[in-house]
Design a protein around this ligand. Sequence first.
Ligand SMILES: Cc1cc2nc3c(=O)[nH]c(=O)nc-3n(C[C@H](O)[C@H](O)[C@H](O)COP(=O)(O)OP(=O)(O)OC[C@H]3O[C@@H](n4cnc5c(N)ncnc54)[C@H](O)[C@@H]3O)c2cc1C
Ligand SMILES: *[C@@H]1O[C@H](CO)[C@@H](O)[C@H](O)[C@H]1NC(C)=O
Ligand SMILES: *[C@@H]1O[C@H](CO)[C@@H](O)[C@H](O)[C@H]1NC(C)=O
Ligand SMILES: *[C@@H]1O[C@H](CO)[C@@H](O)[C@H](O)[C@H]1NC(C)=O
Ligand SMILES: *[C@@H]1O[C@H](CO)[C@@H](O)[C@H](O)[C@H]1NC(C)=O
Ligand SMILES: *[C@@H]1O[C@H](CO)[C@@H](O)[C@H](O)[C@H]1NC(C)=O
Length: 581
Amino acid sequence: MFKGLTRLQLQMVALTSLLVLAGSVWLARSESSASGASQCRCFPGDACWPSTSTWNTLNNTVGGRLIKTVPIGAVCHDTFPGVSYNAKKCADVQGNWARPELHDETTHSPMAAFFANMSCDPFTPRSAPCVIGSYVQYAVKASCDSDYRATINFATKYNIRLVIRNTGHDYMGKSTGAGAIALWTHGIKDTTIKDYKSSYYTGKAIKLGAGVQANEAQEAANAKGYVVVEGDCPTVGIAGGYTQGGGTSPLGSKFGLAADQVLEWEVVTGAGTVLTATPTQNTDLYWALAGGGGGTYGAVLSMTVRMYKNMATAGVTLSYLESSDAYWQILQVFLTNLPAVLKSGAVLYWQLLPGNFFYMPQAYLPGGTAKDLVKLLQPTLDALNAKKIPYSLTSKDFPTFQDSFKTLNPEMNITEFNLGGSLIPRSLVATNKSVTALVAGLKSVTDNGGILAGVSMDVSKTPPVPNAAHPAWRDSLFLAFLGTVYDRSNLTANVVAQQAVSNVLDPSLDKLTPNPAAYLNEANFKRANWQSAFYGTNYAKLVSIKKKYDPNAIFWGPTVVGSEAWAPAADGKLCKTGVTV
Ligand SMILES: Cc1cc2nc3c(=O)[nH]c(=O)nc-3n(C[C@H](O)[C@H](O)[C@H](O)COP(=O)(O)OP(=O)(O)OC[C@H]3O[C@@H](n4cnc5c(N)ncnc54)[C@H](O)[C@@H]3O)c2cc1C
Ligand SMILES: *[C@@H]1O[C@H](CO)[C@@H](O)[C@H](O)[C@H]1NC(C)=O
Ligand SMILES: *[C@@H]1O[C@H](CO)[C@@H](O)[C@H](O)[C@H]1NC(C)=O
Ligand SMILES: *[C@@H]1O[C@H](CO)[C@@H](O)[C@H](O)[C@H]1NC(C)=O
Ligand SMILES: *[C@@H]1O[C@H](CO)[C@@H](O)[C@H](O)[C@H]1NC(C)=O
Ligand SMILES: *[C@@H]1O[C@H](CO)[C@@H](O)[C@H](O)[C@H]1NC(C)=O
């Protein structure tokens, strides 16, 4: 999310931010724990934990594709049974830690390292403990629906915590879990282009297996002269948490959210039943899966989405540095002008970086020209000129969308952040008074050591078929993605920093709106009132759909619909809370 700055630069900012915030935070209290073994999922070491021969039986059922976790950091330690320290391999793991590919090829490593709890951390000393700990214990490398059913049935029968893992991009801790078995979907890579015909859509479509990543989907579509709605990160799993969670995109202002594109889901429910969900068949499940969050209602085998004819796309970048208050006045002009820019189909990714540095590495106008896009930004450029603030502007016309994307976004690393953020409604730029308050809120985020990115798109158009994406998206001007840099060496420092997100950074923006909304994939996993923030008025309906398709509550993750009924104890064991949802 933050390009053009080194980790070191960001780290310096993080240190400053911790100093600023040190006075206003306290340690997280430990999660509640339930008593009584039957109140909990069976945990390694418990008498109920399946024997090796029972695991072998599962392995036979899934064609030998059961994998016992060997933590990615084991080569950096002497302490994991069967793995020796290896200086070169360890240096590779450390050196590539920021690369999504390092993690998405594994059965277990979450990109948000906080959720690995330093169980086997490559950056701790060689002699430090290396255990499976917070990683999943086993993964089934699924290839088809029978692997899904076998995994779900096994987890249900033996009362084992189940996690659906695709790429491990999740920021909220949903794709890992202590004592869990992972249904690992990454290997399901088939793509099929279709001439789709139904009562709700006739045209080109693409069927994507659960493990297809954004770049793979885009390449398949491009080869035929089409595009699919994808996010800003080429390695995110398109049919997994991304589309199921809503999905922002450089094509968003033109075509809507990723969830708006879905024609059909193939899914295995929590009861192990294979179903097809479309706008006319299992319609409640269709609705919930499109925007109601990943890892909740069922395990998706494939999704079929709309494709669009590829188009010439304009790309613009803009940056300026200004230490005086004029910086914020320019931002006010930029924000006031933003609704008009987005309405024309543009999507802008911009950042407020330390030292009053405004950086917009990616601005797209699909179907438009560079000249059009610069013209849309003219009020901001005029304001910069009037104040004689130097800026850097580049603009270019690209023959296809993908050409623009690859040029403006050549390398996307994982975001090592203590994350927060929310959806900023368009109404906040409607009056001078409200936009002034918005700018003050953004300034407060950066004054308190936060770094902020704005993902701005206009997805106000009513989707062709209703879905469960948070209704606040339709009124939103941008997604404020904010936080402080993750400390790789000190877990407590991250706990403290996450509290600062909850107590200082998120409230700077939340106080501007009566019912703050946030993006369930990109926000503070410790957010209070996450039910309304992430799901809005859809929450109660989503709970009832969850209960219908996952009667044994086999799918669980932090902040997923219905997750209040369970919570991890201090050791990670998942136990009932006594809360009824
Ligand atoms: C560097 C980076 C950039 C990002 N950029 C964007 C962006 O531009 N736009 C955007 O909207 N989001 C973006 N995200 C957020 C991303 O959409 C979420 O992290 C999303 O959850 C990832 O989905 P996944 O399936 O790849 O990951 P995973 O972590 O494997 O899974 C995420 C969630 O989906 C569930 N899930 C996965 N597969 C299935 C399945 N087959 N059936 C049911 N549930 C499933 C998991 O259980 C988990 O709850 C970005 C994240 C990162 C780390
Ligand atoms: C599952 O079986 C395969 C093939 O026999 C084997 O290679 C693998 O190690 C087994 N997995 C486990 C966890 O025992
Ligand atoms: C991404 O991470 C790699 C490995 O840490 C690093 O070499 C590279 O500079 C990073 N790229 C960007 C754009 O931050
Ligand atoms: C808008 O608000 C700013 C900051 O309070 C003020 O300087 C400016 O004059 C106002 N503009 C208008 C048009 O009212
Ligand atoms: C880790 O961070 C905590 C909280 O900021 C701090 O109190 C502690 O001293 C840090 N530990 C180390 C070894 O730096
Ligand atoms: C996290 O690690 C600590 C320290 O090793 C351990 O006590 C705790 O049980 C772990 N928590 C989880 C959820 O694994």
